[in-house]
Design a protein around this ligand. Structure first.
Ligand SMILES: Cc1ncc(COP(=O)(O)O)c(C=O)c1O
Length: 351
């Protein structure tokens, strides 16, 4: 079965007689300002006739300088999703165990299943505000002794953001035989980001970042993995040649020069999130105080509410596939777009 994701569904829109430009996408959590002009220009000038650099050397050099790690600690991928699957292929097989802290991004489970690993879960409860109970998580990890642990921070969809000490607590429980994969996909938009790169001092930590999210490159996809050089070599053996295309490489290089675009987006996320909190409170709806650029809202029948919103030109993520059929997840977009979301939600819920 295919993993469920946000984003527009062409067949569904066609059935409803809607064109993609007639709907606002609150179901994928990318930079609310879209792709910057600088990145667009760089992408437009990529040489389409030549094969891309298989080693992504220039981009790895730029990332190395930015992050303060050697280029042998870096692997670039066709989105971080490719890297999640490569990690699973390199580290898991029948008889191994993958542990997932959920509810969370569906590709971890998909990758673990494809690698025939045994799947274990630690699931946060709604009654705990979707926070994990770390002491009991520690106990489970020590008991299960997983080979791979996926931790999304801030977590999709709950918006929970663990601090450095809490992540280190999980890491310590894993022990030297297992690898902690910390998925930082949304860290650029989090309220008070902390630098996870320091965790690379340990050989069994791998950090995933998504430039797709940071710079709104969902149409071309770009992500990277930072880890110890041995793990990088192990993982890269499974990557097909030329996986990262020339447009993505050119866009990625320009994106790293455009921190201002992320900074501007952070301001938009902060102000729009405050607006959404205020409106959702006024409507009497339950929602999470999310550290990220999305939040979950308790609406009752999420599938029905999503359908009602779609008819009004707004797409949100129905959280049923996360095991949360009463919640929708909405991305934090520009204020005027959030006003349209709230208007549509008020109509659908009659509040
Ligand atoms: C937590 C998380 N990680 C990774 C990804 C994948 O992003 P990409 O493959 O585009 O880099 C997503 C996308 O939704 C995500 O939510």
């Amino acid at each position: 079965m295919k993993t469920v994701h946000g984003g527009l569904d062409a067949a569904e829109l066609r059935e409803l007689g809607l064109r993609p430009e007639q709907v606002i996408d609150f179901s994928s959590n990318i930079n609310p300002l879209g792709t910057s002009e600088r990145v667009r220009q760089a992408a437009a000038h990529a040489d389409l006739s030549a094969y891309p650099d298989r080693d992504c050397l220039a981009l790895r050099e730029a990332l190395s300088e930015r992050l303060g790690v050697g280029i042998d600690h870096l692997l670039v991928g066709n989105g971080s999703t490719e890297l999640i699957h490569l990690l699973a292929r390199a580290l898991l097989r029948e008889g191994t165990t993958v542990l997932i802290l959920g509810p969370t991004f569906g590709e971890y489970e998909a990758a673990g299943r494809l690698a025939s690993a045994d799947l274990q879960r630690i699931t946060a409860r709604e009654s705990d505000g979707f926070s994990w109970r770390l002491e009991s998580a520690e106990r489970v990890i020590k008991q299960v002794r997983p080979n791979l642990v996926f931790l999304c921070n801030p977590n999709n969809p709950t918006g929970l953001y663990l601090n450095g000490e809490q992540v280190e607590q999980i890491h310590a429980a894993i022990g030297p035989e297992g690898v902690l994969v910390l998925d930082d996909a949304y860290v650029s938009f989090s309220d008070e980001p902390w630098d996870s790169i320091r965790l690379l001092q340990a050989d069994n930590v791998a950090i995933l970042r998504s430039m797709t999210k940071d710079h709104a490159l969902a149409g071309i996809r770009l992500g990277y993995l930072a880890a110890n050089p041995t793990l990088i070599v192990d993982v890269s053996r499974f990557q097909p040649a030329w996986s990262v295309n020339s447009i993505a490489l050119a866009a990625g290089l320009a994106a790293l020069e455009d921190q201002a675009h992320i900074d501007a987006a952070r301001v938009v996320v902060q102000t729009s999130k405050a607006y959404l909190y205020e409106q959702l409170s006024d409507m009497g709806l339950g929602f999470t105080r999310s550290a990220a650029n999305f939040l979950i809202v308790k609406v009752g029948d999420a599938r029905e509410v999503r359908a009602g919103l779609l008819r009004r030109g707004v797409v949100v993520r129905d959280c049923s596939s996360f095991g949360m059929p009463e919640h929708i997840r909405v991305a934090v977009r520009r204020r005027e777009e959030c006003e349209q979301l709230i208007g549509a939600l008020r109509q659908v819920l009659e509040r």
